[in-house]
Design a protein around this ligand. Structure first.
Ligand code: COA
Length: 153
């Protein structure tokens, strides 16, 4: 699977995928967000995004093409986004979801009260305006990345 950053002028297919999945898309062209398209044999199978800056980043806009759900692609995409966030220095990933809390829970995310989110996360558009109060807040502490090629002592 290939992971390709979505360019500013290439947001239409992402917007369409988010609309179909009933995920917020009003703010996708605003600064501070990065979106990725995941392709298999030249066809998109998923999108996902990261917002904000280390140490606390928001995982957002994750959607697997409807016909390809349940094949394990979601788990692979999530891992790729987590690694991408870690590489940018993130220590924790936070998210809001309405229908996929179970998916994130089986992938190591824990549910918390929304008020427990750090200020930077509570100030995102998703927290302030775009996600309904009924959305669940989950977060995960990312595994520490070893960057020098040596295993930790
Ligand atoms: C949530 C979503 C990304 C999962 O992608 P997927 O490719 O279907 O997930 P996977 O096949 O990798 O599933 C991985 C595991 O999560 C489980 N799972 C998947 N969706 C689930 C859900 N909604 N609730 C509970 N568990 C779920 C699977 O059963 C699997 O568990 P297993 O390995 O024990 O069998 C996909 O269903 C989707 O795009 N949903 C619509 C958009 C959305 O809600 N996005 C999240 C908000 S940011």
């Amino acid at each position: 699977m290939q992971m390709i950053e979505v360019g500013e002028n290439d947001l239409d297919s992402l917007r369409e995928a988010l609309r179909r999945a009933n995920l917020p898309c009003d703010d996708i062209s605003e600064p501070g967000r990065r979106f990725y398209r995941f392709e298999v044999r030249g066809q998109w199978v998923a999108f996902g995004g990261l917002e904000g800056a280390a140490p606390d980043m928001l995982l957002r806009s994750m959607v697997v093409r409807e016909a390809r759900r349940g094949e394990g692609l979601g788990r692979t995409v999530l891992l790729a986004l987590e690694q991408c966030a870690s590489a940018q220095g993130a220590l924790r990933l936070h998210l809001l979801t309405q229908g996929a809390a179970g998916f994130f829970a089986v992938n190591g995310y824990e549910r918390f009260d929304r008020q427990m989110a750090p200020t930077a996360i509570r100030q995102t558009e998703q927290f302030k305006n775009l996600c309904p109060a009924s959305a669940s807040y989950l977060r995960k502490t990312l595994p520490v990345q070893v960057t020098n090629g040596n295993t930790p002592e």
